[in-house]
Design a protein around this ligand. Structure first.
Ligand code: KIV
Ligand code: ZN
Length: 532
């Protein structure tokens, strides 16, 4: 099954395509395909922060969004292109003039940019989605690549639903787009239908039957509907793919995409089998994944491969015995190689600025002076409430400063009361940057429900709740709860997180973020004015 084809990758056309044959490019699409997953919408500043984390992780390409999809996507790509250095910054575009021109405009400030054009090629998509003939799809694909090449030297083409496309026709499409100047051709398993052996065969087929394949890098993009995204990506690498598209923790449409950390660690741990390298700094995997989940207010499953809390825990006595004799008996990766630290205990009320700054840096945060001072103040207040401050608490403090969610509303006061067998009641007093205050009260099934209703009455926004959950950030009775609230507002998903040792307050803070984001959606000019 192991096959390491090199010759195809020696002969690439575009300047950005120079690569050693044993290098697999990691194309991260957390901010595009990942963000398409329900519950994972990100604000512009959150995307910019994650892009920085991905750059420090060492990914080769960051797909920052789909410029034409929305103004928010456009401005997110723009600010990442402006600020993030290192990786190639990429925007997705359909093979349409408006999309390609929007992508080009959004990427203007990037040091290195890529336009990623796609069109569906499978019979189902051709007939029912596009209503196009085979030739029309090829013509559109070629025109899209030619236009994209007018704006960028580095153009990737994706044949959406490639794995359900007739192999001969797929080969024809790929030859045409490479001829038009695509330097990377991506073979997505859009619906997660493929098995590893089929994937291997398909990549081998493409290498054999696409006459000019030597002029492009073969990429793979696997969805996880049958739980095979990582296995399929690895099979593609075995067959000669030299770019893998993936997302942090595997988030993405439906069941998600191939998990970046799993692909990277499989290639590293089984290097004798794959014979390839990536540029990812594996020690940053765990901090990056944790930072991401924390920002999203989503708890990582404990058994998540590579970055879950239990990934390196050995509970069974027989395993512990073996581990004491030789780590290799039950450990195939060293926790330190993914940046996992057994001790999560960090700081206490006597810890000073220096210790806090160092610990934040280890977690991947380098706040400027103003932000650091506000994190420090939050840390001191927390350390007064709680004996031990853990990494997750620090992460929440560092991530809790999203300029797109601070103001115009502020909480002045809140109160709840509940007792068994009856309804709960809540009251809130909110102030607004325009200089007024509103007090409202409400009842609910419990204190959290009551406080969310009080927020609705005070702000006048209907909070149609799509998802609400609270999880604990650490262990112990004084642990902080992180509340994550997702509401529908005018067809958009709006998310808010709140963290507190009091779960009702955490819910109130999550609601506050939500109403502040809604207010900015209503007045986009505020967004532009308030964000650097
Ligand atoms: O899954 C898919 O086919 C995609 C393409 C746009 C690359 O996300
Ligand atoms: Zn996809």
């Amino acid at each position: 099954f192991c096959y390491t084809p090199f010759e195809n990758f020696m002969n690439t056309t575009s300047a950005s395509m120079i690569q050693t044959p044993s290098q697999v490019r990691i194309f991260d699409t957390t901010l595009r395909d990942g963000e398409q997953a329900p519950g994972y919408s990100m604000s512009r500043s959150q995307k910019r922060r994650m892009a920085q984390v991905l750059a420090e992780l060492g990914v080769d390409i960051i797909e920052a969004g789909f410029a034409q999809a929305s103004d928010q996507d456009f401005t997110s790509i723009q600010s990442i292109a402006q600020d993030v250095r290192g990786p190639i910054i990429c925007s997705l575009a359909r093979c349409q003039q408006g999309d390609i021109e929007a992508a080009a405009r959004a990427l203007q400030a990037a040091q290195r940019s890529r336009i990623h054009v796609f069109i569906a090629t499978s019979p189902l998509h051709r007939e029912f989605k596009l209503a196009m003939s085979k030739q029309q799809v090829i013509d559109n694909a070629v025109a899209g690549v030619l236009l994209a090449r007018q704006y960028a030297d580095d153009v990737e083409f994706s044949a959406e639903d490639a794995m359900r496309t007739e192999p001969e026709y797929l080969a024809e499409v790929l030859a045409a787009v490479i001829g038009a100047g695509a330097g990377t051709v991506n073979i997505p398993d859009t619906v997660g239908y493929t098995t590893p052996s089929e994937m291997f065969d398909r990549i081998a087929y493409v290498r054999k039957h696409v006459r000019n394949i030597g002029q492009a890098v073969i990429s793979v993009h696997c969805h996880n509907d049958l739980g095979m995204a990582v296995a399929n990506s690895l099979a593609a690498v075995s067959a000669g793919a030299r770019q893998v598209e993936c997302t942090l923790t595997g988030i993405g449409e439906r069941a998600g995409n191939a998990a970046l950390e799993e692909v990277v660690m499989a290639l590293k741990t089984r290097s004798e089998l794959y014979g390839v390298d990536t540029g990812v700094i594996s020690q940053r995997l765990y901090p990056a994944a944790r930072q991401f989940n924390n920002m999203m207010g989503i708890a990582m499953p404990r058994n998540k491969a590579v970055v879950g809390e239990n990934a390196f825990a050995h509970e069974a006595g027989i395993h512990q015995h073996g581990m004491l004799k030789h780590r290799g008996t039950y450990e195939i990766m060293r926790p330190e190689d993914v940046g996992f630290e057994r001790s999560q205990l960090v700081l206490g009320k006597h810890s000073g600025r220096h210790a806090l700054r160092e610990r934040l840096a280890m977690l991947g945060h380098q706040p400027d002076e103003t932000l650091f001072e506000s994190i420090f103040a939050g840390f001191k207040a927390l350390a007064d409430k709680k004996r031990e401050v853990f990494d997750n608490d620090l992460e929440a403090l560092a991530n809790g400063h999203d300029p797109e969610a601070s103001g115009p509303w502020h909480i002045e006061q809140w109160h709840t009361a509940s007792h068994n067998g009856g309804t709960a009641s809540a009251s809130v007093r909110l102030s607004h940057d325009q200089g007024f205050q509103i007090s409202e009260a409400s009842i609910g099934d419990g204190p959290v429900h009551a406080i969310l209703s009080a927020f609705e009455r005070a702000t006048g926004y209907a909070l149609t709740i799509r998802n609400f959950n609270i999880h604990s950030l650490s262990n112990g009775g004084d642990a902080q709860g992180q509340a994550s609230l997702i509401v529908d507002y005018m067809g958009r998903e709006v998310r808010g997180n709140g963290v507190s040792t009091d779960i009702v307050e955490a819910a109130a803070l999550a609601a506050l973020e939500v109403v502040n984001r809604i207010e900015r959606i209503k007045a986009p000019e505020c967004l532009a004015a308030n964000l650097s």
